[in-house]
Write a protein that binds this ligand. Structure first.
Ligand SMILES: [Mn+2]
Length: 337
């Protein structure tokens, strides 16, 4: 049995660690093929994608999000859940709850929701919508290693500084939260009235590709609103996945936050965790150390320039003491050799 529901523990092997591909299919194919050739040669044993696999910043025709996600599901079914790992990022999570994610002119979620609904109407589709959603709901938040390196999407969240708080995050239960909200909806809301609400119907169609008043998914927009507006648990999950690191405070304060988070996690983990690898935040040149205990990684979409993106070849067994120890294991996504 896994010690924590949202954690994959890894004790051995070399992992190819990648992050934030954001629907860039060409880059995904390149890194997956790099992984597969080394996997077959026996030099790399794992592919770990640290979240935000989906949601392109480009035009719809170039958005490979769903194809990439289906390919990860296929590869994981083939090689096993410890050989191919996708961590949940802040761009995967919205589809678990049906919430609307936008940034400036980009509305990320409707396009992917429409693609998911289209899966059920596509002949020969390898998976159905409900299977993809179940996969997203089951995603881990962290990988822990014997090396003492913890992999995450967004780094250390604020306020996780004792083992009780860490335990809650490491066991985060989406199903329980959704059930809680659904029970409340049934007892406190007239769900039939939604069918007559033209504004609701329009928003439900736009955001979640809900197909009119008779669609059994009709209450899901209300559920999304209730989760995001009223749930303390959801706010915590938000802080985990949208962590702002040193950008909202200072490097000094954030370094303390990282230290406290890793200490709290270590107290309930098989091995002390001393260094975090995280993506999520743009970084010039594709990587940077953030204090002594975090390596920021951007494999493509968040690297500037993008072709300077990086991946890490992590020896999951050999102890790592600080972030700079990882620098020899950082490589360019597009090597020039
Ligand atoms: Mn991202």
């Amino acid at each position: 049995m896994r010690q924590h529901k949202r954690v994959i523990d890894v004790d051995s092997g070399v992992a190819l660690v990648v992050t934030d591909l954001h629907g860039e299919g060409r880059v995904y194919d390149h890194l997956r093929d790099l992984f597969l050739s080394r996997y077959q040669a026996g030099t790399v044993q794992r592919l770990i994608l640290c979240g935000d696999l989906i949601h392109s910043y480009g035009p719809e025709a170039e958005d490979d999000s769903l194809r990439m996600l289906l390919d990860v599901m296929r590869l994981q079914a083939e090689l096993g859940p410890e050989a191919v790992v996708l961590l949940m990022g802040n761009h995967e999570m919205p589809h678990v709850y049906g919430i609307h994610l936008m940034k400036g002119k980009f509305e990320f979620t409707p396009r992917f929701e429409q693609a998911l609904v289209a899966l059920d109407n596509r002949r020969g589709a390898p998976r159905r919508r409900h299977e993809v959603l179940a996969f997203l709901r089951g995603l881990p938040l962290y990988v822990r290693t014997r090396a003492g390196v913890m992999l995450s999407h967004a780094g250390a969240p604020p306020g996780i500084d004792d083992s009780e708080a860490a335990d809650f995050v490491l066991n985060f239960d989406h199903d329980a939260l959704l059930r809680l909200i659904e029970d409340r909806m049934r007892s406190q809301y007239d769900l039939d009235a939604l069918k007559q609400n033209a504004v609701y119907l329009r928003e439900a169609k736009k955001r979640l590709a809900i197909d009119g008043a008779d669609d059994p998914r009709l209450p899901e927009l209300l559920r999304a609103e209730l989760v995001s507006q009223t749930s303390v648990e959801f706010q915590l999950l938000w802080q985990v996945l949208f962590a702002t690191n040193e950008q909202d405070s200072s490097l000094r304060d954030y370094s303390q936050q990282v230290r406290r988070f890793l200490q709290a996690v270590s107290a309930i983990s098989p091995h002390e965790q001393r260094v975090l690898i995280a993506g999520h935040i743009p970084v010039s040149g594709g990587y940077a150390t953030i204090g002594q205990q975090q390596l920021r990684l951007a494999s493509y979409a968040h690297a500037s320039p993008r072709h300077e993106g990086c991946y890490v070849l992590l020896d999951c067994a050999r102890p790592v003491q600080s972030a700079v120890d990882l620098l020899p294991q950082v490589h360019k996504t597009f090597a020039r050799d």
